[in-house]
Design a protein around this ligand. Structure first.
Ligand SMILES: [Ca+2]
Ligand SMILES: [Ca+2]
Length: 204
């Protein structure tokens, strides 16, 4: 009798494990590739002057052929920080979606522009916690192109290149506007000085 109870209990545990463990093991890992323009990709759209630092988020499906383009930074700002987001509340998968080392080189994120790539605290977007990855230690000047791609494990790239990937990623940036060259500042100061001198001259 006791033995039978134990067996039942054990099989109950097995059922629970079977039901609850697979989702934890099947988390989808996402790794971004941020690079200088890829010669194999077409030149895509500009980000536009309405895409403002920090306050605007640009979203896209991933991974898919639609991401394979060279975006233009025409925001008017030099981008010195990119924050990438996994907008899991909008995706089409039930599994957890996390940043991870998909190409297994020991680091999360691949970039020939930004040298520091680090997981940042989750961001709250429309009430949902959003995994975030910050890229710093590099710049994308206004007028320059760059690419953002995502690779995943398992590979969720649609077989049909016209289809959208099931994940939704987003990004926002921080940056600065170019300041006048030091030589221009000096010339400006010189003009002001001359104006003051000439005014003094008139008064006398
Ligand atoms: Ca989801
Ligand atoms: Ca990696």
């Amino acid at each position: 009798m006791k033995f039978a109870n134990v067996s039942l209990f054990s099989s109950g545990i097995l059922v629970s494990l079977f039901l609850f463990c697979p989702p934890a093991f099947s988390a989808i890992l996402v790794e971004p590739i941020i690079s200088t323009p890829n010669k194999n990709f077409p030149n895509g759209e500009g980000l536009g002057v309405n895409f403002q630092p920090v306050i605007n988020i640009l979203g896209s499906n991933a991974p898919d052929a639609g991401n394979r383009q060279n975006l233009l930074n025409d925001t008017g700002y030099t981008i010195n920080k990119l924050s990438l987001l996994l907008l899991t509340q909008f995706d089409l998968v039930a599994d957890d979606v996390l940043w991870g080392d998909v190409n297994r080189d020991g680091k999360i994120g691949i970039s020939n522009i930004f040298s520091n790539i680090a997981i940042a605290p989750d961001l709250v977007v429309e009430g949902a916690l959003v995994p975030r990855l910050d890229l710093t230690g590099g710049t994308i000047s206004n007028g320059k192109r760059f690419t953002i791609q995502f690779i995943t494990n398992p590979d969720l790239t649609p077989i049909d290149s016209q289809e959208y990937g099931p994940l939704v990623t987003g990004f926002f940036y921080d940056g600065f506007k170019s300041v006048p060259e030091p030589s221009n500042l000096f010339a400006f100061a010189l003009v002001i000085t001359i104006a003051i001198w000439s005014r003094k001259g008139k008064a006398n």
